[in-house]
Design a protein around this ligand. Structure first.
Ligand code: FMN
Length: 181
C-alpha cells in the first residue's frame, strides 16, 4: 500500500486548500493509499535556528519536539503532498517552519529519493503568476531533495472559504491523486 503524507498549511479547516486536499485524500484512499494528514497550523513549530545539532542528540531537531514527532512520517512516506494557500506571494509561515526543518534531513545525509511529490495551492489574485513564488520554492526544494514531482494544482482567484467550489480545483486534485497510481 502506498503511504502518502499530506501536509497542509491553512488554518481554515473548510478553506480552499484544505477542500482540495480533502478531494485529493478521498481519491487517493479510494485507490488504496494510506493517507496521513498533518496540519502544520495545529503544530507549534518555530523556525530553524541553524544550530547544526540535527540528530546529534538522537532527535532530528534539538529545539522543536513537535517537529520530531512528525519527522519520521516524511521519512517513511512513499509520497509527500503539500497543500497550502499563498500568503504574501509565498509559503505560509506555519508550514514553512515544517519545511525548514527538513534541513535536518540534509544534515543527516537523507533525502526524498524514491518519493513522489505534488503541490496544491491557491490565492486570491486572479493572476496565475501570483502562484509563481510557491511554485518555484516547491520545485527547487523537491529537486534538491531528489523527489519526483508528479504534478501541481494551482488555483488563482479564490479568497473566501468555499470559493474553490466555483472552480475545477477539487476535480484537478482528484486527477492529481490518480497520477500517484
Ligand atoms: C496572511 C495572508 C496573506 C495573503 N497573501 C496573499 C497574496 O500575497 N496573494 C494573494 O493572491 N492572496 C493572498 N492571500 C489570500 C489567500 O491566498 C486566499 O484567501 C486563499 O484562498 C486562502 O486559502 P485557504 O482558504 O486554503 O486558507 C492571503 C491571505 C492571508 C490570510
Amino acid at each position: 500500500m502506498k503511504k502518502i503524507v499530506l501536509l497542509t498549511g491553512s488554518p481554515r479547516k473548510n478553506g480552499n486548500s484544505n477542500t482540495m486536499a480533502e478531494a485529493f485524500r478521498k481519491e487517493a484512499e479510494s485507490r488504496g493509499a494510506e493517507v496521513t494528514v498533518i496540519s502544520a497550523t495545529d503544530k507549534k513549530i518555530g523556525g530553524c535556528r541553524a544550530c547544526q545539532a540535527c540528530y546529534k542528540n538522537g532527535v532530528p531537531c534539538a529545539f522543536e519536539p513537535e517537529y520530531n514527532e512528525i519527522a519520521g512520517e516524511f521519512e517513511s512516506a512513499d509520497a509527500i503532498v503539500l497543500a497550502f494557500p499563498v500568503y504574501w506571494y509565498n509559503i505560509p509561515s506555519q508550514i514553512k517552519a515544517v519545511i525548514d526543518h527538513w534541513y535536518s534531513f540534509c544534515v543527516a545525509g537523507k533525502d526524498f529519493s524514491g518519493k513522489k511529490t505534488a503541490l496544491i495551492s491557491c490565492c486570491e489574485d486572479e493572476d496565475p503568476n501570483t502562484l509563481s513564488g510557491v511554485k518555484f520554492a516547491f520545485e527547487k526544494t523537491m529537486e534538491l531533495m531528489d523527489a519526483e514531482i508528479v504534478g501541481e494544482v494551482l488555483v488563482p482567484g479564490v479568497n473566501e472559504a468555499g470559493d474553490v467550489a466555483k472552480t475545477d480545483g477539487e476535480q484537478q486534485a482528484r486527477e492529481l491523486a490518480e497520477k500517484f497510481f
